[in-house]
Ligand binder design. Structure first.
Ligand SMILES: Cc1ncc(COP(=O)(O)O)c(C=O)c1O
Length: 394
């Protein structure tokens, strides 16, 4: 048995490249604003998670520069040993205050945050209960834990209760949900999850990767949006979306944070966030709080696009946030739709099976506070033209 046989047999990417519709790993040769360039070609970006448009904000960039000058390029070690800087701790204090929790802990990526938190908290006698559409990092955190995993149908509260009923009083229980689902763009039914958590004595963890900067009175996430911060045990967030860098955090009570600090392998055995990223996040967080007009503009752009797509006859699924999927159907059709968008100057992301059910392949679009009306009108125009040509809309 040759372990590498599967690599030689893997042809899907090669075939797509040969046919000219391979949509992944496209090298962008500009900054990531509302427009980007690829080999000199200018494209309107509707495929990023730069919700507040802060990625190239002069204050963010200046803070990153200054930290690079002061601390150098990296930390060369884990938070546990030589990799904790004063600015890591300052960021944690600021995040705890922002999220209205006792304490916060910063990891080097959002993926590691979920993986490292869930795997160390969910022990042999515990059960973790997840939404079927939860992010891969949650799935992997569950896999790495020693506990049992049970899943409920996406945002289906009857199914969550059915699952909870099957678990007795004995095991420790943790329900984990995305706050905003990264493909569907819908919001978790957190009020009901909290009610069920209380009824069945389960802890609750919310992944706010796509909610920070987007939902809540200060952009402080899903629990704040519903007024339920006190009812959620752990809030996770990333720095790779609204906060425009790399890294992630959890916010929770002090004992929970202290336990994770001393047990999470993803934290202890991995180098800490580089100083320039920490500094960029701190400034992006400050702007998130002090410029609510960005969030207002983001939502205005979101409504314009959702209404625009729906008026044309597109299916935007259950989306209620700046993530707006446009369902096309078959995988191949979705690739050629993507190709036409690209040729017409739009950068978007195709999502095919198994990430979505067969026949439900889609173009994931997402919006920024900084998109101009003119850019958005161009996007709608291209979707109208391509959709009609391909007979996806009437
Ligand atoms: C819901 C969700 N959780 C976690 C992550 C992982 O975050 P990061 O990309 O910052 O590692 C992502 C990123 O795609 C996400 O969408």
């Amino acid at each position: 048995m040759d372990l590498f046989d599967k690599c030689r047999k893997y042809k899907a990417a090669r075939i797509a490249r040969a046919k000219g519709y391979y949509p992944y790993f496209i090298p962008i040769d500009s900054g990531q604003g509302t427009q980007v360039t690829v080999k000199g070609k200018r494209l309107i970006m509707i495929g990023s998670n730069n919700y507040l448009g802060l990625v190239s904000h002069p204050k963010v960039v200046a803070a990153a520069h200054a930290a690079l000058e002061k601390y150098g390029a990296g930390c060369t070690g884990s938070r546990f040993l030589n990799g904790t800087l004063d600015i890591h701790e300052q960021l944690e204090t600021e995040l705890a205050r922002f999220m209205h929790k006792e304490a916060a802990l910063v990891f080097s990526t959002g993926f590691q945050t979920n993986q490292g938190t869930i795997s160390c908290l969910v022990g042999k006698s515990d059960i973790v209960i997840t939404d079927r559409s939860d992010h891969a990092s949650i799935v992997d955190g569950c896999r790495l834990s020693f506990g049992r995993v049970k899943k409920y149908r996406h945002n289906d509260m009857d199914d969550l209760e059915r699952v909870l009923k099957t678990i007795g009083d004995g095991p420790g229980k943790l329900i984990i949900t995305d706050g905003v689902f990264s493909m569907e763009g819908d919001i978790a039914n957190l009020p009901k999850i909290v009610e069920l958590g209380k009824k069945y004595k389960a802890g609750i963890m919310v992944d706010d990767a796509h909610s920070i900067g987007v939902l809540g009175p200060d952009g402080n996430g899903t629990a704040a949006h519903f007024g339920l911060v006190d009812q959620v045990d752990i809030i996770m967030g990333t720095f790779s979306k609204s906060l425009v860098s790399i890294g992630g955090f959890i916010a929770a009570s002090s004992p929970v944070i202290d336990y994770i600090k001393h047990h999470s392998r993803a934290l202890i055995f991995s180098a800490s966030m580089p100083p320039a990223s920490v500094a960029a996040v701190r400034v992006a967080l400050e702007i998130t709080k002090s410029e609510p007009q960005r969030r207002q503009r983001l939502w205005k752009n979101t409504e314009k696009m959702r209404q625009g797509f729906q008026a044309m006859g597109y299916n935007t699924g259950t989306s209620e946030t700046p993530i707006i999927p446009v369902v096309i159907g078959e995988d191949i059709k979705t690739f050629s739709f993507w190709k036409s968008l690209y040729k017409n100057g739009i950068f978007a992301n195709p999502v095919i099976t198994p990430a979505v059910p067969p026949g439900q392949a889609l173009i994931r679009t997402s919006y920024m506070a900084t998109h101009t009306d003119q850019e958005l009108d161009t996007v709608l125009d291209v979707f109208r033209r391509v959709g009609k040509e391909m007979e996806i809309i009437p």
